[in-house]
Design a protein around this ligand. Structure first.
Ligand code: NAG
Ligand code: NAG
Length: 385
């Protein structure tokens, strides 16, 4: 049963091919029907589709009566243009000896594909996407075939690929976008991406090896909020959430870094918070502060995310803590000159007295040399190990 079926379909295919080849001697390149393609500066052969191969025809430009090539040229159903240039682009007509119209052919010039530029990126630990762009403009209708395989480690018996390594299509999503997505990839595996540019003049393939753990770059954290802490004029509490694109799982956590700076102050202070919240204890009382956060895979795979959009907050102005009250006065008033002088003095002393590097303060916080108020029960874990 199945063998007679396949025999029948083979016959049908043969008939179909015979029909096509008797109805047109012209190879149909990929692209819209009726258009034939060539390269500027190269010789170009146009083919009359409505005759049998070798039948003598006359060629005209569409809309002109001047004969381009007569039926006695010896070239049969073909028209040869020695060095095609842009003035040759346009529509041609072929007729048989009796004047019957046998074909309308449009000539379009352009270049063969060149290897596209491809890069891949992952915003979570299971899916990655690749994007591409042409490395050279071909001027012709173009499409991209995208696939990937899992790279195998060469076995002891040679380099045979097991069937499970692909290739599988990398679906273009949405269709026609210069982007395809691989879902459900393995975090530690190597993948080889194949992006093949296709146009009527040929194909060109770019291969790119990627592994999820090296291209991983989370999206920035979301929902960043900065709030004052009532009664503490030098504190700000910042909180945020995981990016929506990163499902939380015990084996794939994110770590964070947070930066803050008072308005008009150019330099950021950086801390590495332990969780999804951080209390800044050396804010400048009365000044708005900008805060931003970024995220990275907990085990340092890939790279840091971009910074989140900045959020702003101003420490509360009611002071309950006498120590902080002093600090507020200092930072608001005496700060300008006295503060700087004292700071320089303190820094000098510190530089001279510190026991050779390692045990020194890890990072002087903003204004730290001026106002020694950081001794409050500290929720802030200062950065760098
Ligand atoms: C990977 O993509 C699928 C389909 O979009 C999604 O359901 C899944 O949550 C993604 N995986 C991760 C870890 O984000
Ligand atoms: C890349 O993809 C193209 C188109 O699917 C295919 O013809 C070619 O063999 C592939 N090349 C490699 C090295 O896998």
């Amino acid at each position: 049963m199945s063998s007679s079926c396949s025999g029948l379909s083979r016959v049908l295919v043969a008939v179909a091919i015979a029909l096509v080849s008797t109805s047109s001697p012209c190879p149909q390149a990929w692209g819209p029907p009726g258009v034939q393609y060539g390269q500027p500066g190269r010789s170009m052969t146009l083919c009359c589709p409505g005759v049998t191969s070798g039948a003598p025809v006359s060629w005209f430009r569409d809309g002109e009566t001047r004969l381009l090539q007569g039926p006695d040229s010896g070239l049969g159903h073909e028209l040869v243009l020695a060095r095609a240039d842009s003035t040759d682009e346009g529509t041609y007509i072929c007729r048989t000896l009796d004047g019957a119209l046998k074909g309308i052919v449009t000539l379009q010039l352009g270049y063969p594909p060149a290897r596209p530029v491809v890069s891949c990126q992952a915003a979570d630990y299971e899916n990655f996407s690749c994007t591409w762009s042409p490395s050279q403009v071909s001027g012709l209708p173009t499409r991209y075939l995208t696939s990937y395989r899992k790279k195998t480690v060469p076995g002891a018996d040679g380099q045979r690929m097991s069937p499970s390594t692909g290739p599988w299509p990398c679906p273009q999503d949405p269709p026609g976008a210069s982007r395809c997505v691989v879902h459900g990839a393995e975090f530690w595996s190597q993948y080889r991406i194949n992006v093949t540019e296709v146009n009527p003049l040929g194909v060109s393939t770019r291969l790119l090896d990627v592994s999820l753990q090296s291209i991983l770059r989370p999206d920035p954290p979301q929902g960043l909020r900065v709030e004052s802490v009532p009664g503490y004029p030098r504190r700000l509490r910042a909180s945020w959430t995981y990016p929506a694109s990163w499902p939380r799982q015990p084996h794939f956590l994110l770590k964070f870094r947070l930066q803050y700076r008072p308005a008009q102050h150019p330099a950021w202070s950086t801390v590495e918070p332990a969780g999804l919240e951080e209390v800044i204890t050396d804010a400048v009382a009365g000044l708005p502060h900008a805060v931003r956060v970024s995220a990275r895979d907990f085990l340092d795979a890939g790279t840091w995310s971009a910074w989140s959009p900045e959020a702003w907050g101003t420490p509360s102005i009611d002071h309950r803590d006498p120590l902080e009250q002093v600090a507020v006065l200092a930072s608001l008033g005496i700060f300008s000159f006295l503060g700087l002088a004292a700071g320089a003095l303190a820094l000098g002393l510190w530089l001279r007295l510190r026991p050779d590097g390692k045990d020194g303060p890890q990072k002087p916080g903003f204004l730290a040399p001026v106002i020694p108020v950081d001794k409050l029960p500290g929720e802030t874990k200062k950065s760098v190990c």
